[in-house]
Design a protein around this ligand. Structure first.
Ligand SMILES: *[C@@H]1O[C@H](CO)[C@@H](O)[C@H](O)[C@H]1NC(C)=O
Length: 365
């Protein structure tokens, strides 16, 4: 029992004093992660993007209403469906020579386009020769922020505006490599180019290849990364999804992403907890699973090795690990019969060994 002589006030003070001191000094002594990031997206950026996305949507709508796109920018008279390769990078495209070889083949020429979003705050020396590279107007990007979503949407919009025959959109980074030949990837997505017809343009049934998972470690922590309750009512936790940042979207889904403002308003909020803030891994899977759950594969075509991941980064391959066996292993899905098309992450020293086995391994299907 408490000694009756001591006054309750003194007792109360003794109890609360440590708490009070902690409250005063905690910010100095505890490395609190609770500090809201400044927003990296200015109102002007937001307006620029909105204008761009609207332009893409109205252009696509005009095209699908039978307004015939005259010619693609290559001047092809009878164009075939294309894949738009979207490179999202903040450093040199060290694998450009490998991608160049991937694209290089005369008959591929009218079957793809390349668009590149380079963080303007970094100076990169991307080779001038990099095939058909369209450098799109870019803005600053940063890890653990919604700027990566904006950059991906900018790539989609520019590709849609540039060429109405872009029907698939493959988002990759500077650390990604192809695991198959261009022909293999093209045929898997769009069928044999020689049998392609105008019907492709109004094709409504293309599947998107994007990972959509409803269960993952720290999912709730990531859900509340912008604060408790802020995602409501648009995104209840049961609808919140996670998936690979990199995807292959069909045009109808690319348009859906560009039309969205409802979910973007929530996902663009800066995070309170930067260690669980990866908006780009949530925005696209959540949006697509809410609007068109049956339209996506729910798996990704991008192989990533999360074993021993550090700080949210997957395993990065180095040149001693590169071998024909590795390429064959990376292609195979452990859970399904499909083959991966791309893989990440690779360090620059992998370029040489990869280039030495393009013909016999990487681009042999
Ligand atoms: C994945 O990475 C781990 C190291 O983090 C490595 O031991 C393993 O071989 C890798 N798996 C594949 C399939 O490359």
């Amino acid at each position: 029992m408490f000694p009756s002589s001591s006054s309750p006030i003194v007792y109360g003070l003794t109890l609360f004093l440590p708490l009070f001191l902690l409250f005063i000094f905690a910010p100095q002594i505890l490395p609190l992660r609770y500090n809201r990031q400044p927003s990296l997206i200015s109102p002007q950026d937001e307006l620029d993007d909105l204008r761009l996305f609207n332009e893409a949507v109205s252009k696509a709508t005009a095209t699908s209403r039978g307004g015939s796109p005259k010619t693609s920018h290559l001047g092809t008279i009878n164009p075939k469906p294309k894949i738009a390769f979207l490179f999202l990078t903040n450093s040199d495209l060290v694998f450009a020579p490998l991608w160049q070889r991937f694209f290089e083949s005369p008959s591929n020429d009218d079957l793809f386009n390349v668009y590149i979003h380079v963080d303007p705050s970094t100076k990169i020396s991307t080779p001038e020769w990099f095939i058909k590279a369209n450098f799109i107007p870019a803005k600053t990007t940063a890890r653990a922020s919604p700027t990566l979503i904006s950059a991906a949407r900018r790539l989609l919009a520019n590709a849609i505006i540039d060429d109405p025959f872009n029907l698939y959109f493959a988002l990759v980074s500077q650390h990604c490599i192809p695991l198959h030949s261009f022909k293999f990837i093209y045929t898997s997505l769009l069928g044999n180019p020689s049998s392609a017809s105008k019907a492709f343009l109004t094709q409504r049934s293309h599947t998107s290849y994007i990972e959509i998972l409803s269960e993952a470690r720290y999912l709730y922590k990531r859900y509340v990364a912008r604060g408790y309750g802020v995602m409501l009512p648009e995104v209840p936790f049961e609808k919140f999804r996670v998936g690979s940042q990199f995807f292959v979207l069909a045009k109808r889904h690319a348009l859906l992403v560009l039309k969205d403002n409802r979910l973007w308003r929530k996902f663009k909020l800066p995070c309170l907890y930067s260690d669980s803030c990866f908006p780009e891994e949530h925005y696209f899977p959540t949006l697509l699973s809410m609007v068109d759950p049956k339209g996506s594969s729910h798996y990704t075509l991008m192989r990533v090795n999360w074993t021993d991941s550090v700080n949210g980064h997957p395993h990065t391959y180095h040149s001693p690990e590169i071998s024909p066996e590795l390429i064959h292993t990376l292609r195979k899905s452990s859970t399904s019969s499909y083959s991966y098309f791309f893989a990440r992450k690779f360090s620059p020293d992998c370029l040489k060994p990869l280039m030495e086995m393009t013909k016999d391994v990487v681009f042999r299907d």
